[in-house]
Ligand binder design. Structure first.
Ligand code: AHR
Length: 632
């Protein structure tokens, strides 16, 4: 008999307990949630015409140059110069692994141009994979002179093709400079111009995540300091956001993608806006003056750390400052006079060692002096049980860290064995943020495996241990979040997308079941007076939701047999007689979700009845169950 004590909550659940981890990895941002369809729109990739090809209808009658003005424009040095004498020629963009085009959908084209005299007209065409025209429009540049202009044109697609291309043909005599050649679908999230892919944001919104951690991950650190993430380069007009090679482009990625760059079209303002849209807390992670220790291991000299610390202070002002402050004003100019109410930030991603502690101390002193209540997340490296982790943890706790960020990518049996990991953790002021975790069949072969039902069930089992210890583990996020099916560097991932569709893996449904049933107070659930961490393959936790007035029991059955379970619900809380069960189950632990079968592992809802204070249910083999009983 499993006993639940209803009347004596043992811990509070933080409203933001279950969140998401966002990184531009696996084409998560560029080529993913950032809905731009043109790859290398401003010609700043290492190879300036990567993604583009040139079509000449008459040989050599057109001229095309990539011009570099890096002395006067460091953020966006290159543009394209078209010098058309007589001929007709065109340029074609291949998109990010093709362009996803939907029949009947509007496409919004825009560009920046400069011309002394009019003369050249642009024909715009979406071409199917077999070169059929499946949407077309035109643009007649209206302004002349030496200044840059922006102009837009829209047209509707006539067919669907997940692997289309986009071509611009230049007609007429003359010279024109072009930059920021851009194409977006007309159905972006909230209809925002040059915004985000609505289907991907919707999957996040449906999870009701407590926070969004961004922008990473390793891209925060960079392979070296020159290539670290700098938030100030990611706000304001998109043509002024300085592109950067993506860390997952380089030799340090498991599957490097040579065409992976960060346009920062999704920048810090958009991250804050996204968090606000879906009701999540923003959780930015900043570089602590150290590049990735697995890569170059470069650190900034201690006496040159100031600009890094200043970036952190300025970010708080950008998010929260009054519109009369320098950075608060900037936020208002970007369209958000109201503060974003930022409460926390991470200093460093996976950093460790004395170098980390020295730099962290300087950040902490400066930030706490100005914002005493602001919470800081400290890194604990990458090894959740090694000496390095223990040493660093001891120091961070001695220094009264607000949060320590633990990461684990480990096999399923490690997750099961660690479901009791936090039962005996120190109960002092320092809290745990499990900032990245996922079951990897073989943690030494990252990027080699997909998350099947076994990984999700093991995650769910461990997560009951996080929830049971919600007084210590106050936040958690699965990682990574998104992956493009044709362009990933790391797997497993929570959500897979192609150019038109997206689906959640079994892990997505586990995460969603936790975050949408988080409750407010943990109550004790035991088998023979012990926490349920593996007896008969069961893992369980239980919470009350005092707002919705519900008892919520989460229980995983990790065996290949059905289990008949009796619950005894002790206490004066007046439970109603009918409840529901949301069940994730599959007898095949290797079961995957896919584009063809996105719901192979997805929740099924049924009803359940109580007899007095007793509840009986049968748990399917290999199942995770969320039982909800309302109370008065
Ligand atoms: O989630 C993928 C990577 O795993 C992150 O970028 C990094 O923090 C961790 O090593």
């Amino acid at each position: 008999i499993i006993k639940i004590k209803l009347d004596n909550p043992i811990a509070k659940v933080q409203p933001n307990m279950w969140g998401v981890f966002f990184e531009d990895i696996n084409f998560g941002a560029d080529g993913g949630i950032y809905a731009e369809l043109i790859k290398n729109r401003s010609f700043e990739f290492a190879k300036p015409l990567m993604g583009w090809s040139i079509q000449r209808k008459k040989a050599n009658e057109g001229e095309i140059l990539v011009v570099n003005r890096k002395e006067i424009n460091t953020a966006n040095p290159r543009y394209l110069q078209i010098n058309n004498e007589n001929g007709i020629f065109g340029i074609t963009n291949e998109g990010f692994k093709g362009i996803g085009v939907k029949k009947g959908l509007r496409y919004d084209f825009s560009l920046m141009y400069r011309q002394l005299n009019p003369g050249i007209k642009l024909h715009l065409q979406l071409l199917s994979a077999t070169n059929k025209v499946i949407g077309e429009g035109s643009l007649n540049p209206e302004n002349n002179g030496s200044d840059w202009n922006k102009q837009t044109a829209s047209f509707v697609a006539t067919e669907t093709d997940p692997k289309a291309k986009f071509s611009i043909t230049f007609e007429g005599k003359g010279k024109i400079d072009l930059d920021m050649i851009s194409l977006f679908p007309g159905n972006t999230w909230k209809g925002r111009k040059q915004g985000l892919r609505a289907d991907m944001v919707q999957l996040l919104a449906d999870m009701k995540p407590g926070f969004i951690r961004f922008p990473g991950g390793c891209i925060v650190e960079g392979t070296d300091l020159a290539n670290r993430y700098q938030w100030k380069n990611t706000i304001g007009p998109i043509e002024d956001r300085k592109m950067l090679i993506n860390r997952w482009n380089t030799e340090f990625a498991h599957r490097p993608a040579p065409d992976y760059y960060q346009s920062f079209g999704l920048g810090f303002f958009e991250y804050f806006q996204l968090a606000e849209d879906i009701g999540s807390d923003a959780l930015p992670i900043l570089n602590c003056g150290m590049a990735c220790q697995f890569n170059t291991g470069e650190v900034v000299a201690l006496d040159e750390l100031d600009p890094y610390v200043q970036d952190a202070l300025d970010l708080i002002e950008f998010a929260n400052g009054d519109v009369n402050t320098k950075w608060g004003k900037k936020r208002a100019e970007l369209g958000h006079p109201k503060p974003f109410n930022l409460k926390m930030m991470g200093v460093g991603n996976e950093n460790w060692g004395p170098q980390y502690l020295e730099r962290l101390a300087i950040f902490t002193k400066a930030i706490k002096a100005k914002y005493p209540d602001f919470k800081l997340i400290n890194s604990s490296g990458t090894d959740p049980e090694g000496d390095r982790f223990n040493l660093l943890n001891t120091s961070l706790r001695e220094n009264k860290a607000d949060f320590i960020d633990e990461h684990y990518y480990r096999p399923a049996d490690w997750f099961l064995k660690n479901a009791g990991r936090y039962d005996n953790y120190p109960r002092n002021d320092t809290k745990v943020f499990v900032g990245e975790y996922a079951v990897h069949a073989d943690s030494k072969v990252l990027g080699s495996n997909r998350n099947n039902w076994q990984s999700a069930l093991a995650s769910a089992s461990l997560m009951t241990g996080l929830e049971r210890n919600a007084d210590v583990v106050q936040m958690a996020s699965y990682a990574p979040l998104f992956a493009h099916i044709d362009a990933w560097q790391w797997a497993p991932d929570m959500i897979w997308v192609d150019n038109l569709q997206s689906y959640g893996t079994p892990d997505y449904y586990v995460q969603k079941l936790f975050s949408t049933n988080k409750g407010t107070d943990v109550v004790s659930i035991t088998l023979d007076d012990k926490n349920i961490i593996g007896q008969d393959g069961l893992y369980a936790s239980s919470v009350l939701d005092k707002t919705k007035k519900e008892l919520i029991i989460k229980i995983a059955n990790n065996t290949d047999k059905s289990q008949n379970i009796d619950f005894e619900l002790d206490g004066k809380t007046k439970l109603k007689t009918k409840g529901t069960v949301e069940e994730l189950a599959n007898s095949n632990l290797n079961q995957l979700n896919s584009f063809d079968n996105p719901g192979a592992v997805s929740p099924k809802v049924s009803s359940i009845s109580l007899k007095g204070k007793k509840l009986n249910t049968s748990l399917k083999p290999y199942s995770f169950n969320v039982i909800k009983i309302p109370f008065n």
